[in-house]
Design a protein around this ligand. Structure first.
Ligand SMILES: NC(=O)c1ccc[n+]([C@@H]2O[C@H](COP(=O)([O-])OP(=O)(O)OC[C@H]3O[C@@H](n4cnc5c(N)ncnc54)[C@H](OP(=O)(O)O)[C@@H]3O)[C@@H](O)[C@H]2O)c1
Length: 314
């Protein structure tokens, strides 16, 4: 049976003003599909980049890559999930909605100790950070420089690198330094003079062995390239087009980039387990009702939200 509910769409290319809340019909799930009743949906920079002028996206387009919710209905051949199960899903298409239909393989169970709002902000940033940490081979001998460490991806990369036993130097605005210290990182402010500031972090001179860039500025890339001897241990998640020229890793979706599908898929259940047992913290700095997706996007576009923004449906 089809259900009607709300969904956020970008009606045109542009800024957050093009977002609309529309009614959509969700048909009964097909083979291998699951309909999830969305309780919360994570906001990611990709959501507003996807409908920006020049993105080439065909509109109208539904938004939202990750959700936390409850299984509402399962299609033929779905063996591992039943109506009523608490789940988290990534990647999904159209997660900013009351209901979303997903293939069963993108789901993972939400442990009871992981609250629904942080769960909605865990996976997209978490799998990206897990990919970066794995691709650069972080271990307990490393000093890891993380650019954009106060953001969704950077904060996850800091925590995953610390869990691997690495020492972490983290770039962020001063307002986030105390927060990063609590995660076990040594913060430095980004901006002019970054290379010298990193070099003055005690005991790291000549020892920065890995860099993970979640910012994409020339400053982040050039500082990384100057500090890390082995360029294959520098990864950018943003400046994918500059990576080949510098000989560094480009991770994500883009020409020549490593999408890391296997690592990212495997990370889903690891991340939910770590978040449920308190080893991984998802800092949610803003929740917005679904209708206010445009306000959430305005905040995300400013680039200093300091954690995850999440939309809620009730
Ligand atoms: N390749 C992939 O697979 C993939 C996946 C997910 C995300 N991404 C990309 O990764 C980036 C980060 O995503 P996110 O979710 O972490 O975003 P976010 O939560 O909005 O974080 C943005 C970060 O950028 C920092 N920042 C802003 N302006 C800066 C500047 N001029 N110099 C240095 N740092 C600056 C912020 O620091 P302060 O707040 O401390 O100022 C904050 O840490 C986005 O571009 C996103 O599209 C890529």
């Amino acid at each position: 049976m089809a259900h009607v509910g709300r969904a956020v769409v970008a009606g045109d290319l542009g800024g957050p003003e093009v977002l609309q809340v529309v009614e959509v019909e969700t048909p009964a799930p097909g083979p291998g599909e699951v309909v999830v009743r969305v309780d919360a949906a994570g906001v990611n920079p990709w959501d507003w980049k996807s409908y920006a002028p020049g993105s080439g996206t065909r509109t109208p387009v539904r938004l939202g890559l990750e959700v936390a919710g409850v299984v509402q209905a399962v299609g033929p051949g779905v063996r591992w999930y039943s109506p009523g199960d608490d789940v988290v899903a990534w990647p999904v298409t159209g997660g900013y909605a009351d209901l979303v239909t997903v293939p069963q393989h993108v789901l993972v169970r939400r442990p009871a100790r992981l609250d629904v709002v942080p769960a909605a902000g865990l996976l997209a940033a978490g799998v990206t950070a897990a990919h970066a940490v794995a691709a650069t081979g972080v271990d307990d001998e490393d000093v890891v420089l993380v650019h954009g460490a106060s953001g969704g991806v950077g904060r996850m990369a800091v925590q995953l690198a610390v869990l691997r036993g690495a020492r972490v130097v983290a770039t962020a605005s001063p307002a986030w330094h105390e927060c990063l210290r609590r995660l076990g990182a040594e913060p430095v402010a980004y901006g002019p003079g970054l290379l010298d500031r990193v070099r003055t972090v005690e005991g790291t001179v000549g020892r920065v062995s890995v860099a993970i860039d979640a910012v994409g500025t020339a400053e982040a890339l050039d500082t990384s390239a100057a500090l890390v001897a082995d360029r294959r241990r520098v990864a950018t998640l943003v400046a994918l087009d500059r990576a080949a020229g510098l000989g560094v890793l480009a991770l994500g979706h883009g020409p020549g980039a490593d999408p890391g599908a296997d690592v990212r898929d495997a990370a889903r259940s690891q991340l939910t387990a770590l978040a449920a047992d308190g080893s991984l913290d998802v800092l949610v700095t803003g929740t917005f009702p679904l209708e206010d997706a445009a306000a959430a996007h305005r905040r995300s576009r400013e680039g200093h939200a300091g954690g995850k923004l999440v939309l809620t449906t009730r």
